[in-house]
Design a protein around this ligand. Structure first.
Ligand SMILES: [Zn+2]
Length: 423
């Protein structure tokens, strides 16, 4: 739930629908139809996975398959922690194989057809395999620990679990760019191949009054897998960095890249990662408390039918997961609304930071959004409800409209993050 990275674009992104007749961000008619199709496919997959998880977990309980899986784990080992580990792997693999992998494959096929991805199926399968192993390596010990807590402190387990989650969240954010991201992509110093871009970006950074040394700017070899454009910030403390995809660095004009990098430096300077982690920790507390309440409520209603006496029993973990998934679905707009707010701040910051460095900050931002929208085939007119519920970035359309009108250096204007220069 916490935001480990702040990207310039999400896989599919959004915001408010345009309200006037002349949209700034436009796609050619063939592209627009493809973008709409892609939006429908991704949206369908998104909700299929969410509600599919609810249905699958409920089915495990209603058919008492969870009880059968408990017996299977008991036959393998007599140790409680080992039984929990086996049971957890069974449940996680079931979710992965029945929902996440098929949905991922349909999404990959759609992205291949649209020309956004060029990744071969064997390479995609390797990434999925690594992702599944990673999910099991992280998820299994978490579930073993959760059950251990539920057995020892049934009423307060959620609170202890939350306390233990804080160092895990911090460590996860710390190691993400150093250990996890290199599993899937190749990274190298940006200065090695794009020294002029680094030099120009240093001028932008100098305006921010902070330090983003070139050692913290990386190039990601995204072009081997796709044609999408992106840049993001990631990590915390010693691992904090700005990453630019090579597609972006090689294919966009320098002024537009500088706007993108200035947007990313906004996340960096405005401490959005720290805010994201803080809100993630606070959100986890609320989510865990509500999850425990909902799980206990469901157990009171259906416990006899499910043949489960307490959440500390192995199938009780499925009840907890079911409650967690249900609450994550309904709380999705909260996290996305916070994310869109943060992304808008970075857009404002980015446009202000390149003032006086690029010839026309407004046009640089508008052109950058046009290119990003075309590269990802972003829907020009997304449904406002879809935006509210699922978009973690404002829509390309609303970002473009803001950019074209935002010039705080006009007389009477007030930049939000930079004082008006005295000269
Ligand atoms: Zn961003």
């Amino acid at each position: 739930m916490w935001m480990a990275t702040m990207a310039l674009v999400s896989a599919r992104q959004a915001g408010a629908a345009p309200t006037h007749a002349q949209p700034i961000y436009k796609l050619a008619s063939g592209q627009a139809a493809l973008a709409r199709h892609l939006e429908h496919v991704q949206l369908g997959l998104h909700f299929s996975v969410e509600f599919g998880a609810v249905a699958l977990l409920a089915l495990l309980l209603e058919t008492r398959l969870a009880g059968w899986m408990t017996q299977a784990a008991g036959r393998v080992s007599r140790r409680a922690w080992m039984q929990t580990a086996i049971f957890s792997v069974e449940v996680l693999l079931l979710l992965e194989c029945c929902l996440l992998l098929p949905a991922g494959a349909v999404s990959h096929q759609a992205l291949l057809r649209a020309g956004i991805s060029i990744q071969s199926w064997p390479s995609w399968m390797r990434d999925q395999g690594m992702g599944t192993l990673l999910m099991l390596a992280v998820g299994t010990p978490i579930l073993v620990f959760a059950r251990w807590l539920l057995a020892r402190s049934p009423q307060r387990a959620w609170l202890w679990f939350w306390l233990a989650s804080i160092p895990v969240i911090l460590t996860g954010t710390l190691v993400l760019p150093e250990i996890v991201e290199p599993i899937f992509n190749h990274f190298e110093p940006l200065a090695a191949t794009h020294p002029e871009l680094v030099r120009q970006f240093e001028r932008v950074v100098a305006r921010t009054g902070t330090e983003i040394p070139p050692e913290r700017m990386f190039l990601m070899r995204a072009s081997v897998k796709g044609n999408g454009l992106n840049a993001y910030v990631s990590g915390i403390g010693p691992t904090k960095r700005i990453v630019v995809w090579d597609t972006t660095a090689d294919r966009m004009p320098q002024d537009e890249i500088l706007f993108i990098l200035a947007h990313e430096s906004g996340h960096y300077v405005l401490h959005h990662l720290a805010w994201g982690i803080g809100m993630g920790i606070a959100g986890t507390l609320a989510l865990l408390g509500l999850t425990m309440g909902l799980a206990q409520g469901m157990l009171r209603l259906r416990g006899v039918r499910w043949e489960i006496g307490s959440l500390a029993e192995l199938p009780g973990l499925v009840v907890v997961l079911l409650a967690l998934v249900m609450l994550e679905i309904v709380s999705e707009p909260i996290g996305n609304t916070i994310s869109r707010t943060i992304e808008h701040q970075a857009d404002v910051y980015g446009q202000e930071a390149i003032h006086g460095i690029v010839a026309d900050p407004q046009q640089s931002a508008v052109k950058a959004f046009q290119q990003l929208g075309e590269a990802w085939l972003e829907e020009p007119n997304p449904n406002p409800l879809v935006v509210f519920w699922t978009y973690d970035h404002p829509s390309v359309q609303s970002r473009s409209e803001f950019a074209v009108h935002y010039d705080p250096w006009l007389s009477g204007g007030h930049p939000r993050y930079f004082p008006i220069p005295s000269e």
